[in-house]
Every structure is written in C-alpha cells, then in structure tokens.
Design a protein around this ligand. Structure first.
Ligand SMILES: [Zn+2]
Length: 199
C-alpha cells in the first residue's frame, strides 16, 4: 500500500487542494496526499490521522442482551485478521501487526466501510456521544429500546458475552461479513488468546 493520508476537502476548495498536490480517490470518494508531501500545505484539511489500516476486514455480528431492557439485540464490531498500525509520532511509518483483533472505540472510519456498516447493521452502529468516554465514537444501539451499548460493556466488561471472547463456542456464534477491500480507521485493538488460536 502507498503511504497516504486522507484529507477532508469541501467541494468549493477542491481546485485549491488539487493545485497543492492532493489526489482524488474516486472509489473511496476522498482526497488524499502521499508520503513526502509537505503537511503544512494541507493543515486546514487534515482532520484525522488514521492509526490502523488493513487490506481486508470483516464486520462481526453477534447477539447480546441489552443492559437496559434486557432483551436480545444484535451488536457489531469491525474485525481484522491482520493490520498495519501507525503512531502519530512517526506519521509515515506503518508497523505490520499479525494479531487478529476486534476493534473497539472506533471514532473515525473511511467512507466505504462506513457505508457497508450502516447497511449491515441497519443503522444501529453509528457515531454517537458517550458520556462514559466524553467523546463520540461508533456505538451499538439496542434494536428494541435504542439504548446505547457502550464498548466497555460490549468489548471489555462481560466475559463470554458480545465481543469479550472467553471461549471458542462464543466465537463460533459470531457471524462475519467479509470485505476484500482496504479500510482505514481510528480505534483500539486488543490481544485475545482465543482469537489467536482460532485464526
Ligand atoms: Zn434495549
């Protein structure tokens, strides 16, 4: 993959961005700049530095009971078999990570992935404000009562439930929608031995 950063250019500023060297990615409907570009020329359009990218991904779907109404609801997460990680201190360096992981606390997703997720989740997994985190990130919402299902509960605090994987049977119940296209996002990965053994 080419080292690149997606930038957020309003339609009215596209000629200016192009003049400065930005390129257009028609498939993902985004402007971007490639490694070696002087970032200072693009300050006003750089909103997010992606920290994770992968050549393919899955959207994972599983059932969990809502903490509020106690009824069963579907919850979603992005799953990566392998990915590359970039720290904001070393912007153009991407480290390859061979560890399968669900991604939690996603607060930025590229256009195509966001569109797939919206459709598969029937718009129940979307950017919303979390009081607990005091920021917006992609949150699951109960299909019965629409209550937010925070990632602490879906990914961390309930062993054997949701994406807090504690055994292989739990993993086998998860449905994976696989996409053979690249993804860029900002979120958190983790290390889980059940996942490592299975994939
Ligand atoms: Zn509910």
């Amino acid at each position: 993959m080419i080292n690149r950063i997606n930038i957020n250019v309003p339609f009215s500023e596209k000629d200016e961005a192009k003049k400065r060297g930005a390129k257009w990615d028609a498939k993902n409907k985004t402007w971007y700049i490639i490694e070696g570009t002087n970032l200072n020329n693009f300050d006003r359009w750089i909103q997010h530095f992606p920290t994770i990218r992968a050549k393919g991904y899955s959207l994972a779907e599983t059932e969990m009971s809502c903490w509020k109404c106690k009824k069963q609801t579907l919850v979603y997460a992005i799953f990566l078999e392998e990915y590359e990680y970039c720290s904001t201190e070393e912007l153009w360096y991407w480290e390859k990570v061979d560890i399968p992981s669900f991604v939690s606390y996603v607060d930025h997703l590229d256009y195509m992935a966001a569109a797939h997720i919206k459709s598969i989740s029937k718009n129940s997994y979307y950017l919303d404000y979390s009081k607990h985190m005091n920021t917006k990130y992609y949150l699951n919402h109960c299909s019965n009562c629409n209550m937010k299902q925070g990632d602490f509960s879906v990914h961390e605090d309930n062993p054997g439930k949701g994406f807090c994987i504690s055994n292989i049977e739990q993993l086998k119940k998860i449905k994976f929608y696989k996409y053979y296209e690249s993804i860029e996002l900002i979120g958190e990965t983790s290390i889980n031995s059940v996942l490592i053994d299975f994939f």
